[in-house]
Design a protein around this ligand. Structure first.
Ligand SMILES: [Ca+2]
Ligand SMILES: [Ca+2]
Length: 503
């Protein structure tokens, strides 16, 4: 277990030193920028900066303690809550400045503790049973948090905090919708975190290859609402990248139209409006995968990903030293890379390729919005222990942090995400806005009822599924899905009756 606890005063001193250093190197790339500079899209959205409606409280030196998962001691790209020292990274700097600014204004400190992803699950359970509210804000990895939610370990964001205004845009509205059930929200997403943003998927494209192959202007295609699965299929199907003239496209030999790992099945399916679970008007989740529409989307996605020109690291042989699909894209050997956005951050040191980012395609032009999926394996959402006594302070600090992070921290994250040779174009920023404004994660992927969501993910890569179509795979899971859904309803009912005292 690691614990860091630094007083705000020390942070302030470091901040003074940093500001001095920044003034010495003010022409350095990535230098300080005025905090009132908003991204164009946000400026268009609203004339005035959106602020939290909070009274001017003095929290009397309250220590806001954060408890966060890690994987083998690491696994998080940024510690979004806590910056121990300045390391020259814009995101780190934004977190550091945010905490100093708010800590001074409202008089509180932040402490941070982490534990392995499986240990934290058990510890949270024990703390709640013991009524120990030592931690104010808890992050368990989304892949591991199901039992804690259903056993009632967390407070409901919708009703528990008088200072939290979930309707404000710095609370993620599409994920609020996705993660809630029967009027409860136990896991919340907000501007405080970059962790969930970097796990959100996008399609990176190589601008030089696009020009060489007379591709349409992808930004324009997206903006006109014409970026669809059919368009992607056409590109994959007709792409001429055969450099060695053997009439097949292979990673290492040729230029490929699109590379990914098997997660692209999910990114493309959900991007096209597919779903496992929908909710009825009372917010009750129902397993509704078994529809014509979902099978049609799956068929299109499968047509794309099993096309001989498409290369997925889970089904295609990549050269061993290539670094998979990300490495293939980095070395300028593919037009598209479908991946989580952390790949873009990883690529920021690379100056040999020039690339942009767009969302995954829609099913057809009639689909209203582009939808971006996110992976549950590398991030967790905010939760507060059910035994928390200090809901006023905890709610107040969460609200203050979220409102502040909506500008400086998110701007810094954009900066880092786009900080490649020349992917920092205005269009890319607008595309990231588009991606982050409509993100989903399916309820069935979060709770993995009966394991069908996992089977869906591995349908092309797992040898047990590869020769079956999705209708057959679903039929094998159907009975088990029904019983796990019944089990879920029973648990929620128990939660309502015994813990939240709802009739
Ligand atoms: Ca507490
Ligand atoms: Ca070839």
């Amino acid at each position: 277990m690691m614990k860091h606890d630094y007083p705000v005063r020390l942070i302030s001193l470091l901040l003074v030193l940093l500001t001095f250093a920044a003034s010495l190197f003010s022409c350095a790339p990535g230098g300080e920028k005025p905090s009132d500079t908003l991204p164009a899209t946000k400026a268009e959205e609203t004339e005035a900066r959106i602020t939290a409606d909070l009274p001017d409280l003095d929290l009397g030196g309250y220590t806001f303690s954060v408890y966060h998962w890690v994987l083998n001691g690491g696994g998080v790209l940024y510690n979004d809550l806590y910056a121990e020292e300045l390391d020259g990274d814009p995101v780190n700097e934004a977190i550091f400045r945010r905490n100093s600014r708010l800590g001074e204004k409202y008089h509180f400190d932040i402490s941070y503790t982490d534990d392995e992803y499986n240990v934290i699950v058990q510890n949270v359970r024990s703390l709640v049973r013991a009524g120990d509210d030592v931690y104010d804000l808890v992050y368990i990895r989304l892949n591991d948090v199901q039992a804690n939610v259903l056993e009632g370990d967390f407070l409901d964001f919708e009703t528990s905090f008088r200072y939290v205004d979930l309707d404000k845009p710095y609370w993620d509205q599409s994920l609020r919708e996705t993660l809630s059930f029967m009027d409860h929200l136990f896991l919340a997403a907000s501007a405080i975190n970059t962790e969930d943003k970097k796990e959100t998927v996008g399609m990176m494209f190589n601008k030089q290859i696009a020009a060489d192959h007379n591709m349409p202007d992808f930004y324009e295609l997206v903006n006109k609402g014409e970026w669809t699965l059919d368009k992607l299929f056409d590109i994959v199907n007709t792409f001429d990248g055969d450099l060695n003239g053997d009439s097949v496209l292979r990673p290492g030999d040729d230029i490929l139209p699109c590379v990914s790992n098997d997660f692209a099945v999910m990114s493309l399916f959900f991007g096209a409006g597919g779903h496992f679970v929908t909710k009825d008007k009372y917010g009750v989740p129902e397993y509704t995968f078994n529809t014509e529409e979902n099978y049609e989307i799956t068929e299109l996605v499968t047509d794309i990903m099993t096309h001989p020109n498409y290369a997925s690291t889970d089904t295609t042989q990549f050269p061993a030293d290539m670094g998979g699909s990300v490495g293939n894209f980095e070395s300028g050997e593919s037009l598209f890379l479908s991946y989580a956005l952390w790949a873009v951050i990883e690529m920021r040191g690379i100056d040999t390729i020039d690339f942009g980012v767009i969302p995954h395609p829609k099913y057809d032009e009639a689909q209203t919005d582009y939808i971006s999926y996110l992976s549950k394996h590398g991030m967790g959402f905010m939760s507060v222990l059910r035994c928390e006594e200090d809901t006023d302070n905890v709610g107040f600090i969460m609200e203050a942090l979220a409102a502040d992070s909506y500008y400086d921290l998110q701007d810094a994250f954009y900066d880092v995400t786009l900080k490649t040779k020349s992917a920092r174009d205005d269009e890319s920023q607008a595309m990231l806005d588009l991606i982050f404004s409509n993100r989903v994660i399916d309820f069935a992927d979060v709770y993995d009822f009966s394991g069908f969501a996992s089977a869906y993910l591995r349908q092309l890569s797992n040898p047990g599924f590869r020769n079956k179509n999705i209708t057959t795979i679903y039929a094998e899971y159907e009975k088990k899905i029904e019983s796990t859904m019944e089990d879920f309803y029973e648990k929620v009912e128990k939660l309502d009756e015994e813990i939240f005292m709802v009739d």
